[in-house]
Design a protein around this ligand. Structure first.
Ligand code: FAD
Ligand code: FES
Length: 251
Protein backbone atom coordinates (compact mmCIF):
# COMPACT_ATOMS: atom_id res chain seq x y z
CA UNK A 1 0.00 0.00 0.00
CA UNK A 2 1.32 3.47 -0.83
CA UNK A 3 0.25 7.10 -0.50
CA UNK A 4 1.53 9.00 -3.48
CA UNK A 5 0.92 12.01 -5.70
CA UNK A 6 0.06 11.10 -9.29
CA UNK A 7 -0.02 13.33 -12.35
CA UNK A 8 -3.35 13.42 -14.18
CA UNK A 9 -2.86 12.42 -17.83
CA UNK A 10 -6.50 12.53 -19.01
CA UNK A 11 -9.99 13.23 -17.69
CA UNK A 12 -12.81 12.82 -20.20
CA UNK A 13 -16.59 12.59 -20.09
CA UNK A 14 -17.51 9.35 -21.91
CA UNK A 15 -21.30 9.53 -21.32
CA UNK A 16 -23.63 11.88 -19.49
CA UNK A 17 -22.10 12.49 -16.02
CA UNK A 18 -19.67 9.59 -16.47
CA UNK A 19 -15.94 10.33 -16.62
CA UNK A 20 -12.70 8.40 -16.92
CA UNK A 21 -9.65 9.91 -15.27
CA UNK A 22 -6.15 8.60 -16.00
CA UNK A 23 -3.22 9.13 -13.65
CA UNK A 24 0.44 8.32 -14.20
CA UNK A 25 3.58 7.65 -12.25
CA UNK A 26 7.13 6.61 -13.09
CA UNK A 27 6.39 3.05 -11.85
CA UNK A 28 4.44 0.25 -13.53
CA UNK A 29 1.38 -1.34 -11.93
CA UNK A 30 1.34 -4.94 -13.19
CA UNK A 31 0.70 -6.20 -9.65
CA UNK A 32 -2.73 -4.56 -9.27
CA UNK A 33 -5.72 -6.91 -9.20
CA UNK A 34 -9.24 -6.44 -10.62
CA UNK A 35 -11.72 -5.47 -7.91
CA UNK A 36 -9.18 -3.54 -5.85
CA UNK A 37 -9.69 0.15 -5.26
CA UNK A 38 -7.87 3.34 -4.33
CA UNK A 39 -8.91 6.00 -1.83
CA UNK A 40 -8.42 9.28 -3.67
CA UNK A 41 -7.85 12.71 -2.15
CA UNK A 42 -9.65 14.80 -4.74
CA UNK A 43 -8.24 18.16 -3.63
CA UNK A 44 -4.85 19.36 -2.38
CA UNK A 45 -6.50 21.72 0.15
CA UNK A 46 -8.21 18.88 2.08
CA UNK A 47 -11.73 19.97 1.07
CA UNK A 48 -13.61 17.68 1.14
CA UNK A 49 -11.70 16.19 4.06
CA UNK A 50 -12.36 12.52 3.39
CA UNK A 51 -10.85 10.64 0.50
CA UNK A 52 -13.24 9.04 -1.99
CA UNK A 53 -12.96 5.33 -2.94
CA UNK A 54 -12.85 4.32 -6.64
CA UNK A 55 -12.34 0.89 -8.21
CA UNK A 56 -9.47 0.36 -10.58
CA UNK A 57 -11.09 0.51 -14.00
CA UNK A 58 -8.05 -0.13 -16.14
CA UNK A 59 -4.27 -0.22 -15.99
CA UNK A 60 -1.85 0.40 -18.81
CA UNK A 61 1.82 0.22 -17.81
CA UNK A 62 2.45 3.25 -15.62
CA UNK A 63 -1.11 4.56 -15.93
CA UNK A 64 -4.16 3.77 -13.80
CA UNK A 65 -7.69 4.68 -14.94
CA UNK A 66 -10.78 5.26 -12.82
CA UNK A 67 -14.32 5.52 -14.20
CA UNK A 68 -16.57 7.68 -12.05
CA UNK A 69 -20.04 9.09 -11.95
CA UNK A 70 -20.68 12.67 -10.95
CA UNK A 71 -22.80 12.45 -7.78
CA UNK A 72 -21.61 15.04 -5.25
CA UNK A 73 -18.91 17.47 -4.24
CA UNK A 74 -15.93 15.08 -4.45
CA UNK A 75 -16.73 13.79 -7.92
CA UNK A 76 -17.57 17.33 -9.11
CA UNK A 77 -14.11 18.50 -8.03
CA UNK A 78 -12.57 15.46 -9.72
CA UNK A 79 -14.42 16.18 -12.99
CA UNK A 80 -12.86 19.68 -13.11
CA UNK A 81 -9.28 18.41 -12.83
CA UNK A 82 -7.05 19.00 -15.85
CA UNK A 83 -4.15 17.01 -17.33
CA UNK A 84 -0.91 17.91 -15.59
CA UNK A 85 -2.54 18.56 -12.20
CA UNK A 86 -1.80 16.24 -9.27
CA UNK A 87 -4.01 14.04 -7.10
CA UNK A 88 -3.04 11.84 -4.20
CA UNK A 89 -3.80 8.10 -4.20
CA UNK A 90 -3.90 5.73 -1.22
CA UNK A 91 -3.89 2.07 -2.14
CA UNK A 92 -4.21 -0.45 -3.60
CA UNK A 93 -6.93 -1.48 -1.15
CA UNK A 94 -9.27 -4.44 -0.69
CA UNK A 95 -9.49 -7.93 -2.15
CA UNK A 96 -10.10 -8.91 -5.77
CA UNK A 97 -12.48 -10.90 -7.98
CA UNK A 98 -11.77 -14.66 -8.01
CA UNK A 99 -11.66 -15.49 -11.72
CA UNK A 100 -9.59 -18.68 -11.27
CA UNK A 101 -10.74 -22.16 -12.34
CA UNK A 102 -12.76 -23.33 -15.30
CA UNK A 103 -15.49 -20.76 -15.75
CA UNK A 104 -17.14 -21.50 -19.06
CA UNK A 105 -19.80 -18.80 -19.03
CA UNK A 106 -18.71 -15.58 -17.42
CA UNK A 107 -21.21 -12.80 -16.89
CA UNK A 108 -20.38 -9.32 -15.66
CA UNK A 109 -23.37 -7.44 -14.36
CA UNK A 110 -23.01 -3.68 -14.00
CA UNK A 111 -25.67 -1.38 -12.65
CA UNK A 112 -24.86 2.16 -13.82
CA UNK A 113 -21.31 3.10 -12.81
CA UNK A 114 -21.03 -0.47 -11.49
CA UNK A 115 -19.48 -1.31 -14.85
CA UNK A 116 -16.30 0.49 -13.70
CA UNK A 117 -14.12 -2.48 -12.59
CA UNK A 118 -14.89 -4.71 -15.59
CA UNK A 119 -12.42 -3.41 -18.23
CA UNK A 120 -9.56 -4.37 -15.87
CA UNK A 121 -11.22 -7.70 -14.95
CA UNK A 122 -11.59 -8.61 -18.64
CA UNK A 123 -7.83 -8.14 -19.12
CA UNK A 124 -7.24 -10.85 -16.50
CA UNK A 125 -9.61 -13.59 -17.65
CA UNK A 126 -8.30 -16.31 -19.91
CA UNK A 127 -11.71 -17.42 -21.21
CA UNK A 128 -12.91 -14.56 -23.37
CA UNK A 129 -16.38 -16.14 -23.60
CA UNK A 130 -17.88 -13.40 -21.46
CA UNK A 131 -20.83 -11.06 -21.59
CA UNK A 132 -21.14 -7.65 -19.97
CA UNK A 133 -24.71 -6.80 -19.01
CA UNK A 134 -24.99 -3.08 -18.46
CA UNK A 135 -28.13 -1.72 -16.81
CA UNK A 136 -28.83 1.99 -17.16
CA UNK A 137 -31.76 4.35 -16.93
CA UNK A 138 -31.58 5.77 -20.44
CA UNK A 139 -29.49 5.85 -23.63
CA UNK A 140 -27.58 9.00 -22.64
CA UNK A 141 -25.81 6.96 -19.93
CA UNK A 142 -24.66 4.33 -22.47
CA UNK A 143 -21.01 3.67 -23.36
CA UNK A 144 -19.01 0.51 -23.86
CA UNK A 145 -15.47 1.74 -23.05
CA UNK A 146 -14.33 -0.22 -26.13
CA UNK A 147 -15.43 -3.54 -24.60
CA UNK A 148 -16.90 -6.30 -26.73
CA UNK A 149 -20.01 -8.37 -25.88
CA UNK A 150 -21.79 -5.53 -24.08
CA UNK A 151 -25.60 -5.83 -23.84
CA UNK A 152 -27.74 -3.02 -22.47
CA UNK A 153 -30.94 -2.82 -20.52
CA UNK A 154 -32.59 0.55 -19.99
CA UNK A 155 -35.47 1.52 -17.77
CA UNK A 156 -37.05 3.70 -20.46
CA UNK A 157 -36.35 1.28 -23.34
CA UNK A 158 -34.24 3.80 -25.32
CA UNK A 159 -31.41 1.26 -25.67
CA UNK A 160 -31.28 -2.55 -25.40
CA UNK A 161 -33.87 -4.46 -23.43
CA UNK A 162 -36.54 -2.37 -21.75
CA UNK A 163 -36.42 -3.22 -18.04
CA UNK A 164 -33.75 -3.81 -15.47
CA UNK A 165 -30.49 -5.68 -15.70
CA UNK A 166 -31.88 -8.71 -13.81
CA UNK A 167 -34.46 -9.14 -16.62
CA UNK A 168 -31.56 -9.09 -19.08
CA UNK A 169 -29.63 -11.61 -16.96
CA UNK A 170 -32.65 -13.92 -17.00
CA UNK A 171 -32.71 -13.77 -20.84
CA UNK A 172 -29.00 -14.55 -21.06
CA UNK A 173 -28.99 -17.40 -18.53
CA UNK A 174 -31.80 -19.09 -20.47
CA UNK A 175 -29.50 -19.24 -23.52
CA UNK A 176 -26.77 -21.13 -21.62
CA UNK A 177 -26.99 -24.90 -22.06
CA UNK A 178 -23.97 -26.23 -20.21
CA UNK A 179 -20.76 -25.44 -18.35
CA UNK A 180 -19.89 -23.65 -15.17
CA UNK A 181 -21.33 -20.15 -15.00
CA UNK A 182 -20.05 -17.37 -12.75
CA UNK A 183 -21.42 -13.88 -12.28
CA UNK A 184 -19.41 -10.84 -11.18
CA UNK A 185 -21.64 -7.94 -10.19
CA UNK A 186 -21.16 -4.33 -9.24
CA UNK A 187 -23.85 -1.73 -8.71
CA UNK A 188 -26.31 -0.33 -6.19
CA UNK A 189 -27.60 -2.33 -3.22
CA UNK A 190 -31.12 -2.45 -4.72
CA UNK A 191 -29.67 -4.37 -7.69
CA UNK A 192 -27.79 -6.74 -5.34
CA UNK A 193 -30.95 -7.47 -3.34
CA UNK A 194 -32.85 -8.29 -6.55
CA UNK A 195 -29.91 -10.43 -7.72
CA UNK A 196 -29.70 -12.28 -4.40
CA UNK A 197 -33.41 -13.02 -4.60
CA UNK A 198 -33.20 -14.06 -8.28
CA UNK A 199 -30.28 -16.46 -7.66
CA UNK A 200 -31.81 -17.99 -4.50
CA UNK A 201 -32.83 -21.29 -6.10
CA UNK A 202 -30.13 -21.40 -8.75
CA UNK A 203 -26.77 -23.02 -8.33
CA UNK A 204 -24.75 -20.19 -9.87
CA UNK A 205 -21.61 -18.71 -8.30
CA UNK A 206 -21.76 -14.96 -7.90
CA UNK A 207 -19.36 -12.39 -6.45
CA UNK A 208 -20.45 -8.82 -5.76
CA UNK A 209 -18.42 -5.67 -5.22
CA UNK A 210 -20.01 -3.86 -2.28
CA UNK A 211 -19.98 -0.12 -1.64
CA UNK A 212 -20.23 1.92 1.52
CA UNK A 213 -19.19 5.35 2.73
CA UNK A 214 -15.57 5.04 3.77
CA UNK A 215 -13.13 7.05 5.83
CA UNK A 216 -9.79 5.24 6.20
CA UNK A 217 -10.27 2.55 3.53
CA UNK A 218 -8.05 -0.05 5.25
CA UNK A 219 -9.73 -1.33 8.40
CA UNK A 220 -8.91 1.24 11.09
CA UNK A 221 -12.03 3.39 11.52
CA UNK A 222 -14.59 0.49 11.52
CA UNK A 223 -16.80 2.72 9.36
CA UNK A 224 -17.84 0.21 6.68
CA UNK A 225 -19.36 -2.85 8.42
CA UNK A 226 -21.35 -5.55 6.64
CA UNK A 227 -23.21 -8.50 8.16
CA UNK A 228 -21.52 -11.73 7.10
CA UNK A 229 -22.82 -15.31 7.52
CA UNK A 230 -19.38 -16.74 8.32
CA UNK A 231 -18.63 -14.33 11.09
CA UNK A 232 -20.04 -13.70 14.56
CA UNK A 233 -19.35 -10.02 14.20
CA UNK A 234 -19.35 -7.78 11.15
CA UNK A 235 -16.84 -7.84 8.33
CA UNK A 236 -15.40 -4.64 6.92
CA UNK A 237 -16.12 -3.80 3.29
CA UNK A 238 -12.78 -2.01 2.81
CA UNK A 239 -10.54 -4.71 4.32
CA UNK A 240 -12.44 -8.02 3.99
CA UNK A 241 -14.07 -6.91 0.72
CA UNK A 242 -15.17 -5.09 -1.29
CA UNK A 243 -15.72 -8.41 -3.13
CA UNK A 244 -17.96 -10.96 -1.36
CA UNK A 245 -19.77 -14.15 -2.31
CA UNK A 246 -23.38 -13.00 -2.67
CA UNK A 247 -24.60 -15.85 -0.43
CA UNK A 248 -22.33 -14.80 2.44
CA UNK A 249 -23.64 -11.31 3.09
CA UNK A 250 -26.75 -9.54 4.27
CA UNK A 251 -27.47 -6.71 1.84
C1 FAD B 1 -14.92 0.15 -2.83
C2 FAD B 1 -15.65 1.24 -3.58
C3 FAD B 1 -15.41 1.40 -4.93
C4 FAD B 1 -16.08 2.41 -5.63
N1 FAD B 1 -15.82 2.54 -6.96
C5 FAD B 1 -16.43 3.52 -7.65
C6 FAD B 1 -16.13 3.70 -9.03
O1 FAD B 1 -15.34 2.97 -9.62
N2 FAD B 1 -16.76 4.72 -9.67
C7 FAD B 1 -17.65 5.56 -9.03
O2 FAD B 1 -18.19 6.47 -9.66
N3 FAD B 1 -17.95 5.39 -7.74
C8 FAD B 1 -17.35 4.40 -7.03
N4 FAD B 1 -17.63 4.27 -5.71
C9 FAD B 1 -18.55 5.23 -5.09
C10 FAD B 1 -17.82 6.54 -4.87
O3 FAD B 1 -16.85 6.37 -3.87
C11 FAD B 1 -18.81 7.63 -4.46
O4 FAD B 1 -19.70 7.87 -5.53
C12 FAD B 1 -18.07 8.91 -4.17
O5 FAD B 1 -17.35 8.76 -2.97
C13 FAD B 1 -19.05 10.06 -4.05
O6 FAD B 1 -18.32 11.19 -3.67
P1 FAD B 1 -18.94 12.63 -3.81
O7 FAD B 1 -18.18 13.53 -2.88
O8 FAD B 1 -19.03 13.04 -5.23
O9 FAD B 1 -20.41 12.44 -3.30
P2 FAD B 1 -20.97 12.79 -1.85
O10 FAD B 1 -21.15 14.26 -1.77
O11 FAD B 1 -20.13 12.12 -0.81
O12 FAD B 1 -22.37 12.05 -1.93
C14 FAD B 1 -23.35 12.44 -2.90
C15 FAD B 1 -24.52 11.47 -2.80
O13 FAD B 1 -24.09 10.15 -3.17
C16 FAD B 1 -24.31 9.24 -2.09
N5 FAD B 1 -23.18 8.32 -2.04
C17 FAD B 1 -21.89 8.63 -1.80
N6 FAD B 1 -21.12 7.53 -1.83
C18 FAD B 1 -21.95 6.51 -2.11
C19 FAD B 1 -21.77 5.11 -2.27
N7 FAD B 1 -20.59 4.52 -2.14
N8 FAD B 1 -22.85 4.36 -2.54
C20 FAD B 1 -24.07 4.91 -2.66
N9 FAD B 1 -24.31 6.23 -2.52
C21 FAD B 1 -23.27 7.01 -2.24
C22 FAD B 1 -24.40 10.09 -0.85
O14 FAD B 1 -25.17 9.46 0.17
C23 FAD B 1 -25.05 11.34 -1.36
O15 FAD B 1 -26.45 11.19 -1.45
C24 FAD B 1 -16.99 3.27 -4.97
C25 FAD B 1 -17.23 3.10 -3.60
C26 FAD B 1 -16.57 2.09 -2.92
C27 FAD B 1 -16.83 1.93 -1.46
S1 FES C 1 -13.36 2.58 5.83
FE1 FES C 1 -12.33 2.54 7.75
S2 FES C 1 -12.64 0.48 8.38
FE2 FES C 1 -13.48 0.50 6.39
Amino acid sequence: MFIEDFKICSNVEIAENTFVIGVESDKTFDYLKPGQFFNIQVNENYFPLLRRPFSISDVNGNKIFFMYKLVGEGTTILSQKKSGEKINLLGPLGNSFDHSGDIENLIMLGGGIGIAPFPFLIKHITNQNYKVLFGIRSKNEAHDYGLKNVLFSSEDGTIGKKGNVIDLLDDELKKINSGKTKIFACGPNAMFRALQNYLKDKNIACEVSMESSMACGFGICQGCPIEHNNSESFKLICKDGPIFNINDIKI
